[in-house]
Design a binder for this molecule. Structure first.
Ligand SMILES: [Zn+2]
Length: 288
């Protein structure tokens, strides 16, 4: 699933592509994509709306439309957005699908926004877990409230980080990093990378962490996320940039997706275990 850096990259690129465009019509063949509205209600409500801005909260894109509604889009595991202008280069983001650009819409296309200038935005989703919901300000606030402060924001302070760790002394550190209600936007990739950066095992019980380790981990979370945004994210899972290129973060990953390979910090080999059902990568020599 795309994490904060990947969705932020998509947000920036979509912002360049679609802001100012007016939606002439919408098409959908899968009612769950636009739930809780019916497809015809969705079509009626989104018609003639202009795209004012593309925002993001954690992993959710929030497209600000003219009028009282916003369009919230979650790509989940296999969602893909493709913007195709009437002429010129298409842009593509999310889960890569073969031949996706030649045959649009295809059997994985579950929502199309047709713009008045003849361009289109396609939402493809192989496993159909993704969604695009029309929500009002209350809905936008609910999405915001469901997620804790995000790395790189002024709300995500060392003080806050210490506070949430104190609340769950018996949890493993990675569990807290992944808990979206506590910290918004960190997923499996950047939890593992942050723990490596801080030289802390993702399995460490929180009450065993020293003050210095907590501070280091806090700094590492911000540093890792910031760097990943600069590199336009990772394609290690199912994610590519809007223009179809894999995320530039891949060569810089230290442990994620590198099990069995040589550690970049020592002569050891990167390990992978399951932690609460999630593949977890670390170096047993570099991390304590
Ligand atoms: Zn190592």
């Amino acid at each position: 699933m795309p994490e904060l850096p990947e969705v932020e990259t998509l947000r920036r690129e979509l912002n360049r592509a679609v802001v100012g465009k007016t939606i002439k019509s919408a098409e959908s063949n899968w009612y769950k994509t636009v739930k809780p509205l019916t497809i015809s209600e969705f079509q009626k409500k989104i018609k003639n709306k202009k795209i004012l801005n593309v925002n993001r909260r954690s992993k959710v894109l929030i497209v600000d439309l003219s009028g009282p509604l916003s369009l919230a889009i979650h790509l989940k595991m296999t969602g893909q957005l493709i913007y195709r202008p009437k002429s010129g280069k298409s842009v593509i983001g999310g889960h890569p699908q073969k031949g996706g650009l030649e045959n649009l819409p295809n059997k994985f296309t579950h929502l199309i926004l047709n713009f008045t200038d003849g361009s289109n935005l396609y939402f493809n989703d192989l496993r159909k877990f993704g969604w695009a919901r029309l929500i009002n300000d209350t809905g936008v606030a609910e999405i915001a409230e469901a997620h804790g402060p995000e790395p790189l924001t002024k709300e995500f302070t060392l003080q806050y980080f210490k506070l949430i760790l104190q609340k769950y002394p018996n949890r493993k550190i990675k569990q807290v990093l992944l808990d979206q209600k506590l910290i918004g936007g960190i997923g499996n990739i950047y939890a593992d990378e942050s723990c490596f950066c801080a030289r802390i095992m993702p399995t460490r019980i929180i009450k065993s962490l020293t003050v210095a380790e907590i501070k280091k981990l806090y700094q590492c979370v911000d540093r890792v996320i910031k760097f990943a945004i600069q590199k336009k994210g990772t394609s290690a899972d199912t994610y590519v940039q809007l223009d179809g290129k894999p995320g530039g973060m891949v060569p810089y990953l230290k442990v994620y997706g590198r099990e069995g390979e040589k550690c970049k910090g020592c002569a050891g080999i990167v390990s992978k275990i399951k932690l609460n059902g999630r593949g977890t990568h670390f170096c047993r020599f570099c991390q304590k």
